[in-house]
Ligand binder design. Structure first.
Ligand code: NAD
Length: 496
């Protein structure tokens, strides 16, 4: 059995821990490799390497760091097909979707190439006689990035390029379910000239995460995953004195007003509901249809689902499998619970015949109508290809439903009324809003993040907030001595 090693100090590292986890090919159901799970002692070794590397890396010039970022951009772009293949093999999403996430991650590398501009501080000349004040931002030291299974390349790339460009060293702990993309990215940075130890990948589970959260040399933690773990990471990390941004789960609503273009809305609902088999934190899982368009919209979505092909992501299918058998079974159990609670299962993905060999973890696109807010298919984050339709009598009722939900990651409104869209953008309590755009993932130079139970901490990912998160501010007040300004004065400094 192939063993996937950690990547530390610019090379593969086995560590002393003897635990491993299986890595599956979700399209066939077969185990294809095992990944090492770091022990606490392994994490200590990795952090020690990173501490040494960080001390030298922060002394490198902005020009030198920028050069590495530009080179990494080229290498990741050149290796994107290989990274996408690894993602499809371990995660299951179709190849075009895997390539898409690498591209979105690359945009953050491109953003970080502008680090000299992003780190510019302020300068005020002559705040007092002969006194100047200026602000600078400095790296934190060693930071940890802990990422989920559903975007094995894009989520690490939300943080790693910005953290490195700002002069930090990084310990990246990717999901143990699909660990290879993170290693390929770290190899690309190493080949781009990043000094050994500045970007390390340590594989692991709770033991590794817990050690990172308590290690005194880890100064900040960027976490992305489910809400219960995000809350735990935020509370544990901050209790240990760390800066933490913990992005959690989601339940994203798409509100369709009666004046919307229903063909556009139906296309969008299918793309955003079933892309990546619904395993996206920005997937649409609740379609909120304002009366009287529910029947027509459901019919249009049903028609479109009938054209989708589910199967092995390497075969040009529209939708791949779920990540594990256990996850597939859990998602299927929500469909059963919805039917039992009285919702109408319009398209049942449990009946799918996938285009794949073996016993892959498949569930076809599923459409459930007449879902009510008390049903588990509505209340829980399902994270699978299940689109629930909730019918509401008015815009106000739809808005109230969205704002009452504990999550606040993404949402979208579909309408041809600019005034209604503008009102929605103002009133909705969600961090990322789409207007006739179902998956409003911000560009790298804006920041990504939700509200409420979808994000713990103050900072969103990448953009200006990312640069701020990975640096500390310092303000310098300076006076170059002039003999006329000497003398004792014990009073509080005042400006003259
Ligand atoms: P997860 O919470 O199970 O795992 C995330 C990370 O935490 C992994 O690295 C995992 O190894 C680690 N982990 C798991 N259990 C742990 C524990 N008990 N203690 C400490 N660490 C632990 O999430 P997942 O299933 O990999 O990813 C899917 C979830 O991530 C969904 O809830 C999805 O909405 C969310 N997500 C959110 C965003 C966002 O931007 N808000 C983006 C992507 C994914």
């Amino acid at each position: 059995m192939r063993t996937i090693a950690h990547f530390v100090d610019g090379k593969p590292y086995s560590g002393a821990g003897d635990r491993t986890a299986p890595v599956y090919d979700p399209a066939t159901g077969a185990q294809q490799a095992q990944v090492r799970l770091a022990s606490s002692a392994d994490v200590d070794d990795v952090v020690a390497s990173a501490v040494t590397a960080a001390a030298a890396w922060r002394n490198s010039s902005l020009a030198a760091r920028q050069k590495v970022l530009f080179a990494a951009r080229e290498l990741i772009a050149a290796r994107a097909p290989k990274i996408a293949e690894a993602i499809t093999a371990e995660h299951g999403k179709v190849l075009s979707d895997a390539a898409g996430e690498v591209q979105r991650g690359l945009e953050v590398v491109e953003f970080a190439c502008g680090i000299p501009h992003l780190l510019k501080g302020g300068f005020s000349e002559g705040v007092s006689t002969g006194v100047d004040v200026y602000s600078i931002r400095q790296p934190l030291g060693v930071v940890a990035v802990i990422s989920p299974f559903n975007f094995p390349s894009m989520v690490p790339l939300w943080f790693v390029p910005v953290a490195i460009a700002a002069g930090n060293a990084v310990v990246l702990k990717p999901s143990e379910k699909d660990p290879t993309a993170a290693v390929l990215i770290a190899e690309a940075f190493a080949d781009a000239g990043l000094p050994p130890g500045v970007l390390n990948v340590v594989h692991g589970d709770k033991e590794a995460v817990d050690r990172l959260l308590e290690h005194p040399d880890i100064k900040a933690v960027s976490f992305v995953g489910s809400t219960p773990i995000a809350r735990y990471v935020y509370e544990t990390g901050t209790r240990n004195g760390k800066r933490v941004q913990a992005l959690g789960g989601a339940k994203n609503h798409m509100l369709v007003l009666p004046d919307a273009d229903l063909d556009l809305a139906a296309d969008a609902a299918v793309n955003a509901g079933f892309g990546s088999a619904g395993e996206r934190c920005m997937a649409i899982s609740a379609l909120v249809a304002v009366d009287p368009i529910g029947d027509e919209l459901v019919a249009k979505i049903k028609e479109r689902i009938a054209t989708l092909r589910t199967g092995d992501g390497r075969r040009g299918c529209d939708m791949g499998p779920l990540v594990t058998a256990a996850h597939r079974d859990k998602v299927a159990s929500y469909v059963a619970a919805g039917a039992e609670a009285g919702a109408d299962v319009v398209v049942d993905g449990r009946d799918v015949t996938p285009d794949a060999d073996g016993e892959g973890f498949f569930l076809g696109p599923t459409l459930i109508d007449n879902v009510t807010p008390s049903m588990s298919v509505y209340t829980d984050e399902i994270f699978g290809p299940v689109l629930s339709v909730v019918r509401v009598p008015s815009y106000e009722a739809g808005l109230d439903l969205i704002n009452s939900n504990p999550y606040g990651n993404g949402t979208a409104i579909f309408t041809n009324d600019g005034g209604a869209a503008r009102r929605f953008q103002y009133e909705v309590e969600v961090g990322m809003v789409g207007v006739n755009v179902p998956i409003p993932v911000p560009m790298a130079y804006y920041s990504f993040g939700g509200w409420k139970a979808s994000l713990f901490g103050d900072s969103h990912a990448h953009g200006a907030e990312g640069v701020h998160f990975f640096t500390r501010g310092k303000v310098v007040t300076s006076r170059w001595l002039d003999p006329s300004h000497g003398g004792l004065n014990l009073g509080f400094p005042q400006h003259t």
